[in-house]
Ligand binder design. Structure first.
Ligand SMILES: Nc1ncnc2c1ncn2[C@@H]1O[C@H](COP(=O)(O)OP(=O)(O)O)[C@@H](O)[C@H]1O
Ligand SMILES: [Mg+2]
Length: 296
């Protein structure tokens, strides 16, 4: 297992910016790259902290501690961290469902003051409406469009997620993976700029998850959306992301950013894939040997 000192040595900028808090945005080389690119960041998280009130008066739970990060337009970014560290909390702040105690979030350059229909959430399960069939679930956000356009859009996204032929089926007649496909189709049909995903495949079996990830990458490449994807699954992050933001234990900060510069489709047996995966395991202080005690 790697000593914590190694992590610090390899991320001097992250450590420094968090220690100084305030306005420093230097959270690693990736940020500089994004800063240099001519496009404005899709998501800009600046020095966000959040403390929940505890059960008794005066008790407080510090969840996020001066978190800063950027996501470029069209980028696929995964947010990983130990269970309970504040990943969903951060995503909910970015999505406008929670307000930070301090700091701010800009999406497309505008401060976030609440949920916005141009950005869609996909959760782990129960996102689809059980009383609507596949067609009407996917078309749910398309009320303002003409019938013809609506039908075309619905058919396009149902085909994209591989559910052609299931248009009249109800969620109870579908497997968990198929229901998740319906939800992804619905999110895409609404044509959002950004998709926020919170452990969307967490309830699926191993093989279905692999397939869903492959499909999501294919769809993301075709649609060029910005995706911020929360997972506690390191393998999932390395399979999906352009960059992985690693959160520390609570109160969480961005501990390190790992760039996954592997061509897609990714070969899960390749030495470079395994290197990236193991790097993140080490940063998170995890042993790679089954049966050894984990430190997180
Ligand atoms: N509304 C809330 N009030 C108080 N504590 C909360 C609330 N929501 C989450 N928490 C606490 O904040 C921490 C982070 O939660 P969460 O963001 O859901 O973690 P993660 O998604 O990383 O597993 C947890 O310790 C959780 O118990
Ligand atoms: Mg969560």
């Amino acid at each position: 297992m790697m000593e914590p000192g190694n992590v610090q040595r390899s991320t001097p900028n992250v450590q420094r910016s968090n220690a100084e808090g305030a306005s420093s945005l230097d959270v690693g080389r990736w940020t500089l790259d994004v800063e240099r690119s001519s496009e404005r960041a899709a998501i800009f998280i600046r020095d966000v902290s959040l403390t929940f009130p505890g059960k008794r008066l005066g008790d407080e739970i510090a969840v996020l501690d001066h978190v800063s990060a950027r996501v470029a337009k069209g980028e696929f970014v995964c947010l990983v961290g130990p269970s309970g560290c504040g990943k969903s909390t951060l995503l909910n702040i970015v999505g406008g469902f929670l307000t930070a105690s301090s700091g701010e979030v800009l999406v497309e350059g505008q401060p976030v003051h609440g949920p916005d229909p141009r950005r869609i959430f996909v959760f782990q399960e129960n996102g689809v409406f059980p009383w609507l069939n596949v067609r009407d679930n996917v078309g749910f956000g398309l009320r303002g469009k003409s019938k013809e356009e609506r039908e075309k859009t619905i058919a396009h996204y149902i085909a994209m997620v591989g559910l052609t032929g299931f248009e009249d089926a109800y969620p109870r007649e579908l497997s968990g993976g198929m229901r998740q496909r319906v939800e992804i189709a619905r999110a895409l049909a609404a044509n959002p700029d950004i998709i926020y995903m919170d452990e969307p495949f967490g309830a699926l079996d191993f093989i279905t998850r692999l397939k869903m990830r492959a499909d999501l990458v294919r769809i993301w490449q075709a649609e060029k959306k910005t995706i911020l994807f929360v997972t506690h699954d390191i393998e999932e992050a390395v399979q999906l992301a352009d960059r992985v933001l690693i959160m520390s234990k609570r109160p969480a900060t961005i501990q390190q950013v790992v760039e996954i510069d592997l061509a897609r489709p990714r070969d899960l047996d390749s030495p470079r894939y395994l290197e990236k995966r193991d790097e993140i395991f080490r940063i998170m202080g995890m042993s790679l040997r089954v049966g050894e005690t984990l430190s997180v």
